[in-house]
Each structure stands twice: as structure tokens, then as C-alpha cells.
Design a protein around this ligand. Structure first.
Ligand code: FUB
Length: 377
């Protein structure tokens, strides 16, 4: 995740004006706002405004006393738990590597129902208690198995390489104790753990640009020429990775594999197709026996989804779940609560700053064929 480098700006600006035309006709039943717009100055997106010039948002932030982002939501024992990033102001320069996202701990939020009171359970894991960590605690996820809660987190190690760590607790809200080393074979950012109906758990990971996934194209980390490692626009895009987790949930049971996301023509997306290709923030949910892999398109600021018949894919692109939120990044999770489906997401309503975000939730609606209605946030 990072700001768009200068050489991408012209095509992004063009896309920003075409986007509303491209996606605006999608069915929208919960759309009190019109599409977000892109500022030409910095390629972040801004909320739409009403006739008085006030910004309009579909939902309010869930909490406002701290900044939170990248919400991974789960229902454990009938209560909703949100595992977000905890955004802070560190005055780091805003740059292409996302150095301005210099988070140092996690707070877990919970609520007994959608719309209910949100509790902030305080610090659940601090970077100073992760022996191998260097900097930048980014988007986490969580899982529960065999009486233990697992918190999965990306952080740069002391060599400045993003790895995935795991920490455990007997409580969904922590405190969590980190393992002494990162997960062997782990890479990049944005872990999302999905447990299938047969009890097997899988982790999806990855993010390009500041998330470093392109540096692993040869199978080994190569940070020597980060820009050149990105595929050319006419080459196949870099895909997210997946691996089944071991029964103890602390390691991978197999080598990580690349996930293929293909168009309706069955062909993988090209790196230059930035309205469709994977960028970061993957999430898996299962609905009516189908696997729904959703993700951020990064520099086009969309949440998109693709479906398949196996947790490994391939996944065929289906459409846009959410149009751009205010801010550069967009990140989400999808969870069923009491028979309805919800999407947790973030924007920058409280601060107006791309690195100080706030989490939100809204209902996710589907058509009878299982396709997801596009949300205008
Ligand atoms: O919060 C830091 C990064 O921003 C996340 O890892 C990305 O998904 C993006 O939301």
C-alpha cells in the first residue's frame, strides 16, 4: 500500500473520472450518497457533498476516540469482535512505501449487535512485545480454534521485510502473546484467515507496492530494485498467496501458492488492468457453497470480488462491492451476523488524513443469484 507514484498519475486521473460512469449503473439499494470523487492533487478520494456543500457518508465511524482501520470482523460466541489496525500520527513522511502507516499496537473492539455500543478493549498486542519486529504493524486478522484465539499480524522484521506473525490468547480481546519468530514461509501483508465448513483453515496474504509482494516474484525476497520487480502493464498481475494452516494454527501446512484471479474470459488479469487486478486486503467468505474472494484494487480504490469452487481458486471476477471511500486505502471484511451479511470497512471521515482512518460497517446485500450489490460509501 502506498501513494501512487508520479508515472501512474495520468492514467489514474483519467480512470477516476471514468469510474463513476463504469460502475454507476450497478444496482444500489443502500445508496444515500453518490460516488466518491478523486482529487487531482494527491489521488486520494473524497466524499461526495450535498447541496449545502457538506460531505455525505453512508455510515458513521464506529468509534471516534482512537483512529482505526483495516477491520477484520468475526463472531465468536455470539459477540462481534473487530480486529483493526490502530492508526496513529507519527509525523513520518508520506511516501510510496507507506512509511506514514507506522502503527505500533492493536486495540480490539467488540459489540453485541450491529448498531450496538462499541467497546474498545485497550492494547491487545504492542510492537515492543514482538521480539523479531522492526516497524509498522499493519492489517491483522484473527481466528478461534481448540479453545485458543489467534491474532495474525503483518509487521516488518528488523531487515525491513514484511512477515506474518501470530500471537495467542485465551480471550478474544487479548492480551495476546506473540510467537518468538514470524511464521515460516510467510511474506507480505494483510493476512486473512478463513475456516471452511470442513474445519480446515487457510490464510490469504499479500499486497503489492508498499506491501512488497512484487519483490517475491522469483520465489525469494529481492528488495534490490523494487520498482523494476513490478510486472510490466502487459504482463500477468501478481496474485495473492494462500496456504492451508496446520492444525495448531501456528504455521503453514504447505508452501504458499499464488491465487489466480481471472476475468469472465478465463484469462488472468494483466498488471496494467488496475481496475480489476489484486492490490491488497484480501478476504474470503463462503456463501451457498461458493467461495467469494474479495480484495482492494489499490490505486483505483475499489473493493472487488471474484468467486470460485475451491478455497485455492481460481476465482472469476464478478464485480465491485464498494466504490471508493474517502482516503487512499480501502480495506474490508465480510461477516454473517444473525442471518444477515455485513461489510466492515474504513474511510477518513474523522481526520481527512489518509493515515488516520476510522472503521465503519454497513449491510451487504445480494441479488437472488448470489451476486453482491455495489455500495456507495
Ligand atoms: O493499514 C496499512 C495498510 O493500508 C494495510 O495493510 C492495507 O490493506 C491498507 O489498508
Amino acid at each position: 500500500m502506498k501513494k501512487a507514484p508520479q508515472f501512474l498519475l495520468p492514467s489514474w486521473r483519467t480512470l477516476a473520472f471514468l469510474l463513476p460512469l463504469a460502475v454507476g449503473s450497478a444496482c444500489q439499494s443502500n445508496t444515500s450518497t453518490s460516488e466518491s470523487e478523486t482529487t487531482s492533487a494527491d489521488s486520494t478520494t473524497t466524499a461526495s457533498t450535498d447541496s449545502t456543500g457538506s460531505k455525505k457518508y453512508l455510515n458513521k465511524p464506529l468509534i471516534s476516540d482512537i483512529y482505526t482501520a483495516d477491520p477484520s470482523a468475526h463472531v465468536f460466541n455470539g459477540r462481534i469482535y473487530i480486529y483493526p489496525s490502530h492508526d496513529i500520527e507519527t509525523n513520518m513522511p508520506e511516501n510510496d512505501n507507506g512509511d506514514h502507516f507506522a502503527m505500533r499496537d492493536y486495540h480490539i473492539l467488540s459489540m453485541d449487535s450491529i448498531g450496538g455500543k462499541v467497546t474498545d478493549h485497550g492494547v491487545a498486542l504492542d510492537i515492543k512485545d514482538i521480539p523479531w519486529a522492526g516497524r509498522q504493524l499493519w492489517a491483522p486478522d484473527a481466528a478461534f480454534k481448540n479453545g485458543t484465539y489467534y491474532l495474525y499480524f503483518p509487521v516488518k522484521d528488523k531487515q525491513d521485510i514484511f512477515r506474518i506473525g501470530v500471537a495467542t490468547s485465551k480471550s478474544p480481546t487479548g492480551p495476546f502473546k506473540a510467537q518468538h519468530k514470524p511464521m515460516e514461509g510467510s511474506l507480505s501483508i494483510d493476512p486473512a484467515v478463513f475456516t471452511d465448513t470442513d474445519g480446515k483453515s487457510y490464510m490469504y496474504v499479500g499486497g503489492i507496492w508498499g506491501g512488497q509482494l512484487q519483490r517475491w516474484r522469483t520465489g525469494k525476497y529481492d528488495g534490490s530494485k523494487p520498482k523494476e520487480q513490478e510486472p510490466a502493464p502487459n504482463e500477468e498481475a501478481v496474485g495473492p498467496r494462500v496456504a492451508r494452516l496446520s492444525n495448531d494454527m501456528l504455521s503453514f501446512a504447505e508452501p504458499v501458492k499464488e491465487v489466480k484471479i481471472v476475468g469472465k474470459d478465463g484469462k488472468p488479469f494483466l498488471a496494467g488492468d488496475n481496475k480489476h487486478r489484486f492490490f491488497e486486503g484480501g478476504w474470503m467468505h463462503k456463501y451457498n457453497g461458493k467461495y467469494y474472494f474479495s480484495y482492494s484494487t489499490g490505486d483505483t480504490h475499489l473493493l472487488a470480488y471474484a468467486t470460485g469452487d475451491s478455497p485455492y481458486g481460481p476465482f472469476t471476477y464478478q464485480g465491485v462491492i464498494m466504490n471508493p471511500v474517502e482516503g487512499w486505502t480501502t480495506h474490508h471484511s465480510i461477516v454473517e451476523v444473525d442471518g444477515k451479511w455485513y461489510i466492515f470497512y474504513h474511510d477518513t471521515e474523522l481526520s481527512g488524513k489518509t493515515w488516520l482512518r476510522n472503521v465503519k460497517v454497513t449491510e451487504l446485500k445480494r441479488k437472488p443469484d448470489g451476486s453482491i450489490e455495489t455500495i456507495n460509501p
